[in-house]
Design a protein around this ligand. Structure first.
Ligand SMILES: [Zn+2]
Length: 138
């Protein structure tokens, strides 16, 4: 992967995780490039298949492309930041992420997006008024 491609993906995401929206400059781990469709499923390393993600979201997503919606108990595709709009699938209630759709709920589960440490970090950023900048162009 070229540094130019990495830089373009990061810039497109405004340096925030495209799943949980955390501004990466406030996270302990550097941002990572996520293959939305993992290479082992035939996904390619190209702009249209890449997302910028925090280390937490990316490490939990791994090669997954789907998950179980805890409401319907159906297997559904994970949220795709290139094909779908974040605000149609998620919303925040303070630091707690809420899934609005089956894909949103499954993505929260698979990526462990409401892990207590992540909720705590988001609450700290909210308290310092450092989080909502991620929502500007949703
Ligand atoms: Zn994230």
């Amino acid at each position: 992967m070229t540094s130019k491609l990495r830089s373009r993906v990061r810039k497109r995401a405004r340096d925030c995780c495209e799943y949980c929206l955390i501004p990466l400059r406030y996270d302990a781990l550097p941002g990572q490039l996520d293959h939305i469709v993992a290479t082992q499923h035939g996904g390619q390393t190209r702009y249209a298949n890449l997302a910028f993600a925090c280390g937490h979201c990316n490490s939990h997503k791994g090669p997954n492309v789907g998950g179980i919606d805890p409401v319907s108990e159906s297997l559904v595709p994970l949220f795709n930041p290139r094909a779908q709009r974040w605000a149609q699938h998620f919303r925040y209630e303070q630091a707690q992420l809420i899934g609005l759709t089956a894909s949103g709920r499954a993505t929260i589960m698979v990526l462990a997006m409401n892990h207590p440490r992540r909720v705590s970090l988001r609450q700290d950023l909210l308290d310092a008024e450092l989080f909502w900048e991620s929502f500007r162009s949703l």
